[in-house]
Design a binder for this molecule. Structure first.
Ligand code: ADP
Ligand code: ZN
Length: 646
């Protein structure tokens, strides 16, 4: 065996998140926890026997349904079951909220996102819907108020944490009111092999057994065939109507670039393309979350950390600032983000390779829910591949489990190394065909495919020599030193300057060699040893490359020139509307602060843009703008007209 394996370069301590993230149970920040049940006070502006389109116009202020919303709503309103697979930002919420308004009784929504229930209820209350929630963060008094309102038929929507269904009194309670429908949000949580399994979700089959005539609608943004099947089976939705939307998010620009100086690369992205924008930066370890957040703060950027190792109050406070303030950058592990429905997240950056395409898609999907242009950016390097392969080798579980992890990783690597359109490949992973998008890095600056057979042979034969002749194994850094003929204490110590491949690879620079190693790993033409050091070893397929029986094509990075974009506000906004838009944003910020709610609960950016462009001069004109329903018109109409007139 090896006498001196080189440890992987720039290693980061690994720190996996616990399987059930405490995020779900994070207490609300102090100022929100005590907020009263406003639901019964609100009163809905909708007369009895309204139609779905009336509810859409009057309550939510939108003109028309999107995609399959109308069909889904009709199915549930008619009393049928539905399973809805729709990407983040697709508009899933209305699919159960509107049937709950139109049907008699209360819509019961099962959601794992305890920390976000207050925001969900606030957003509904703001448009005049009578909504409330029941979860473990409430006092007995608060719960009692909600229960009483439910029994009295005064709630349109009731949000429930899944674990409440394990409490017999909850089932009794539900029995004492009238249920119009069950909505099972984040339905992929029922999938044991998925990325967010929640044991409490297995209880949900009880709903159908106990209330067989109440329609159920299950919703998720997770799109793989496997998850789809598992949800169907576990929730007994075989007879339901299945709605699978297109998973394309055309407003998100997908970009994946080689990692050289990750923090500097990130900073360039933020400074040139997203100054002042809200965004999420994902890192794999808690340590790198802390380091990255501190780096950004030192550069004058408002950045906050979020990971499972932080005190739950700090986590809740940081989340709350991210949602409420404009332009906060959240640096987080994957523990952050599910259910965050902040619509104006302008970028999602990954500083480490996600473990699967599914995870990548979920995480990047948090950008641009409002449909405005957004960026999904990933920096990916050799070390990511080595580290993830090592993680898989060392992971607990049987071989089948490890194979599954390996398959996930391979698909992610294939996405990183493709020279085809990223979006085409991403959608193909979810079984959806598409054509080149024009809005991803490979479409915008096409990389070349070059013949890399000779460099591959040089690298592989170096490894073979060391392994066969000397029984030594090394990491990429040392192997590249040999190929470049770079004298180091180690090359001297081992006499590696005597190898026949010494200095044979000067046609490439170090960075390019790292790209070769990375891509050979991604293609399975090179492996990592399972000794825990991630040293490089040949694989069964390497032999074909060495004999010349197989050629190797490699991705050649194109030159990329950073385009400086204007701030988000300026996108698509005529110059003469810009000032008004900024005034409206300032007004919104004051209003949100006064009420203690996120700005988007007052109005989304899209609505403010609509006002800035059309400059309405009457309440009637204002009411035609998308996102202004009856209640908001009544509450904010005069104030908005004053801002426009000034
Ligand atoms: P999802 O839950 O699928 O991620 P949401 O339900 O949060 O998506 O909807 C995303 C955004 O789109 C929200 O801001 C929502 O108000 C808006 N939206 C949904 N349906 C419509 C519609 N028919 N017209 C206009 N805006 C809509
Ligand atoms: Zn593309």
């Amino acid at each position: 065996m090896t006498d001196a394996p080189s440890p992987p370069d720039d290693d980061v301590p690994w720190d996996d998140e616990p399987p059930y993230d405490p995020f779900y149970d994070a207490p609300l920040p102090a100022d929100r926890a005590a907020s009263p049940v406003t639901a019964t006070a609100a009163g809905v502006a909708l007369p009895a026997h309204s139609t779905p389109i009336e509810a859409l116009n009057k309550v939510f202020g939108y003109n028309s349904f999107r995609g399959e919303q109308a069909a889904i709503i009709d199915q549930v309103v008619a009393g049928g079951d539905a399973l809805v697979l729709m990407p983040t930002g697709g508009g899933k919420s209305l699919c159960y909220q509107i049937p709950a308004l139109v049907r008699h009784g209360t819509g019961v929504v099962i959601s794992p996102l305890i920390a976000l229930m207050q925001d969900q209820v606030d957003a509904l209350t703001a448009v005049g819907v009578r909504a409330a929630f029941l979860n473990s963060t409430q006092s007995g008094d608060e719960r009692l108020r909600v229960e009483t309102a439910y029994i009295a038929g005064q709630l349109d929507l009731l949000y429930l944490a899944p674990e409440r269904l394990g409490v017999p009194s909850t089932v009794d309670l539900l029995d004492r009111g009238t249920i119009s429908l069950f909505a099972i949000d984040e339905a992929h949580c029922v999938s044991q092999w998925g990325h967010d399994f929640r044991p409490d979700y297995l209880r949900l089959s009880v709903l159908h057994e106990k209330w067989p005539t109440v329609p159920r609608i299950a919703l998720t943004a997770t799109a793989t065939e496997l998850t789809h099947k598992e949800i169907t089976a576990r929730l007994d939705l075989g007879d339901a109507k299945h709605f699978v939307a297109s998973f394309d998010r055309p407003n998100i620009q997908y970009r994946i670039e080689p990692k050289t100086q990750p923090l500097q690369q990130l900073l360039t992205l933020l400074r040139t393309e997203h100054p002042g924008d809200a965004g999420i930066v994902y890192c794999l370890s808690r340590a790198s979350v802390e380091k990255t957040a501190q780096f950004l703060v030192d550069q004058g950027i408002t950045a906050l950390p979020y990971h499972a190792g932080l005190d739950s109050r700090v986590r809740a406070a940081n989340q709350s600032r991210f949602l409420r303030e404009d332009g906060v950058v959240m640096v987080a592990t994957i523990a952050f983000g599910m259910g965050i429905d902040k619509p104006d997240v302008r970028f999602v950056a990954h500083l480490d390779l996600p473990k699967s395409v599914e995870g990548y898609y979920q995480e990047t999907g948090r950008a641009g829910r409002d449909g405005l242009p957004s960026t999904a950016w990933l920096a990916y390097g050799l070390q990511d591949v080595v580290q993830q392969r090592r993680m898989i080798d060392q992971s607990e579980g049987d071989d089948a489990h490890r194979r599954r992890l390996g398959t996930h990783l391979d698909a992610m690597l294939a996405l990183c190394e493709t020279i085809e359109c990223r979006r085409v490949q991403l959608l193909a992973y979810f079984g959806q065909a598409s054509s080149a998008c024009g809005n991803c890095d490979t479409c915008l600056t096409p990389p070349e495919s070059v013949d890399g057979t000779i460099p591959a042979q040089k690298l592989l034969s170096t490894i073979v020599r060391l392994q066969r002749e000397r029984n030594q194994r090394f990491g990429a850094g040392h192997l590249i030193d040999i190929l470049l003929g770079k004298t180091t204490p180690r090359t001297t110590q081992y006499g590696h300057d005597k190898l026949s491949t010494w200095g044979l690879g000067t046609e490439l620079v170090e960075q390019e060699w790292r790209g070769v190693v990375r891509q050979l790993l991604a293609q399975g033409l090179l492996g990592t040893s399972s000794d825990g050091y991630g040293t490089l070893v040949i694989t069964d397929s390497s032999a074909d490359v060495l004999t010349g029986a197989r050629t190797v094509s490699l991705r050649k990075e194109p030159e990329r020139v950073a385009k400086v974009k204007k701030s988000k506000a300026a996108i698509d906004l005529p110059a003469d509307s810009f000032d008004l838009f900024e005034k409206l944003r300032a007004w919104r910020a004051d209003e949100a602060r006064e009420q203690g709610v996120p700005a988007y609960i007052v109005f989304g950016d899209a609505t403010l843009r609509g006002i800035a462009i059309s400059r309405p001069s009457s309440l009637a004109e204002l009411g035609t703008i998308s996102g202004i329903g009856e209640r908001k018109l009544e509450q904010y109409g005069d104030a908005l007209l004053r801002v426009v007139a000034a």
